[in-house]
Design a protein around this ligand. Structure first.
Ligand SMILES: Cc1cc2nc3c(=O)[nH]c(=O)nc-3n(C[C@H](O)[C@H](O)[C@H](O)COP(=O)(O)OP(=O)(O)OC[C@H]3O[C@@H](n4cnc5c(N)ncnc54)[C@H](O)[C@@H]3O)c2cc1C
Length: 379
């Protein structure tokens, strides 16, 4: 077992960090305040080969493995967890095509993402079905030469800017997860209505909207796998994407720790830096333990995916532990900053708001524990 990164891995982590320090950190606060979509920054990240990390070399991608994708994601989230949500949503949308698509579909839908800058959305959640994803109500009706799509989606990242939508629906709600299917839809298709941008607590630089499908016609050849294959495709996607979400929690937590350490050495109370007070030292030590433990879980989940080992349990350990730790660490960072931590003049209040979402999307912390309990009890 070797915990060291290879020279190439260290090099592209540095490459990502340079981009984050020059292009993201200086403007993250401004985008958080305005809620503006950072399209130009997204495009620059694409030009530097830092997004769409799941695309293999055979399709024109960089051929990063899951561990390498996690290293990049952690670094981008260190700059801004909100912007990173937009970046990560591309991978989340492309993964089902890579996992469930045939060669023709991969070439048609994935290759354009390597040739020019494009944005994608993963569309599973609905207004009345979030955690209970097997109960989604969007219907795919077989009309002979095409599928007709009707229904609503909610909380879809990148929806206002996406060129491609990967949409889950059911061929028969009675079949529950056995009816779930997955279709690829291109932007501008008739009957697809894109909702208003949601006004959110955090991740304000990410674009989140509802979608309405009203008799949308989708060619038969746009279905990934067969009707009913969608559930398995979604679950396999999550095994790959949960380590990515967990690594964005590691990035946010590391940033909060770094900010807290720096501030605690500068801020003086009772005649000495607050870092000299043991109560602050204990908080910083706990924060550091949680960051490192989260990172190790992420790396284990990612390496298992890379070694083609089933990682459902470890991916959920990583997602739950890293997200919950990020919430605790960012809250402690605000505490270490005292009153100044509560002010928008310092970066930690944003980190605390951004951390909250990591416990909610891609399966809440409660749902991760349901997955883990099922895995542990059925061993
Ligand atoms: C900003 C943002 C971006 C998002 N981006 C996307 C996206 O790009 N694509 C997409 O498809 N979705 C996206 N989501 C949706 C996200 O994945 C869901 O919000 C999440 O899965 C939770 O679903 P819900 O909001 O309906 O909550 P609910 O499922 O209604 O859950 C509410 C509460 O009940 C708890 N709960 C539910 N069931 C159980 C149970 N069986 N046992 C114990 N507790 C339970 C939950 O943990 C939670 O605390 C996004 C959400 C947000 C907020």
């Amino acid at each position: 077992m070797d915990f060291n990164l290879s020279p190439e891995q260290k090099e592209f982590k540095e490459h990502a960090l340079k981009f984050v320090k020059n292009e993201i950190i200086p403007v993250a606060q401004k985008f958080d305040e305005s809620g503006e979509y950072p399209r130009e920054i997204f495009q620059k990240a694409w030009e530097l080969g830092l997004i769409n990390t799941s695309i293999p070399e055979s399709l024109g991608g960089n051929g990063f493995n899951n561990l390498e994708a996690c290293l990049i994601t952690e670094t981008l989230a260190y700059g801004c967890m909100g912007m990173n949500s937009n970046f990560m949503a591309n991978d989340l949308a492309l993964l089902p095509i890579l996992i469930g698509g045939n060669e023709e579909q991969k070439k048609k839908f994935i290759t354009p993402f390597t040739e020019s800058f494009k944005i994608a959305s993963f569309c599973l959640t609905e207004p009345n079905n979030g955690s209970d994803a097997a109960g989604i109500k969007t219907t795919f009706t077989d009309k002979g030469d095409h599928w007709e799509v009707n229904g609503d989606k909610m909380w879809i990242t990148n929806a206002g800017y996406a060129d491609l939508f990967v949409v889950y629906g059911t061929i028969d709600p009675e079949l529950k997860h056995k009816g779930i299917s997955c279709l690829v839809m291109e932007k501008g298709v008739e009957g697809l209505e894109i909702g208003k941008k949601e006004d959110k607590m955090g991740h304000r630089a990410s674009d989140t909207r509802g979608l309405k499908f009203n008799k949308v016609k989708v060619p038969k050849e746009n279905m990934l796998g067969n009707p009913g294959d969608g559930w398995l495709i979604a679950m396999k996607t999550l095994d790959h994407s949960r380590p990515l979400v967990a690594s964005s929690a590691v990035g946010g937590a590391q940033r909060a720790l770094d900010c807290a350490v720096e501030y605690s050495k500068e801020r003086t109370q009772f005649g000495k830096p607050i870092s000299a007070h043991q109560a602050i030292q204990m908080m910083i030590a706990d924060m550091a333990i949680k960051v490192e433990a989260s990172r190790l879980l992420v790396h284990k989940a990612a390496c298992m995916a890379d070694n083609k080992q089933r990682n459902t349990d470890i991916a959920s350990y990583a997602k739950a532990f890293a997200a919950d730790s990020c919430m605790e660490i960012t809250t402690d960072a605000v505490q270490i900053f005292g009153g100044y931590g509560y002010s928008k003049e310092y970066p930690v209040e944003k980190l605390m708001r951004d951390a909250k979402l990591l416990q909610i999307y891609e399966g809440t912390s409660q749902i991760q524990r349901l997955v883990i309990a099922r895995e542990v009890l059925n061993k």
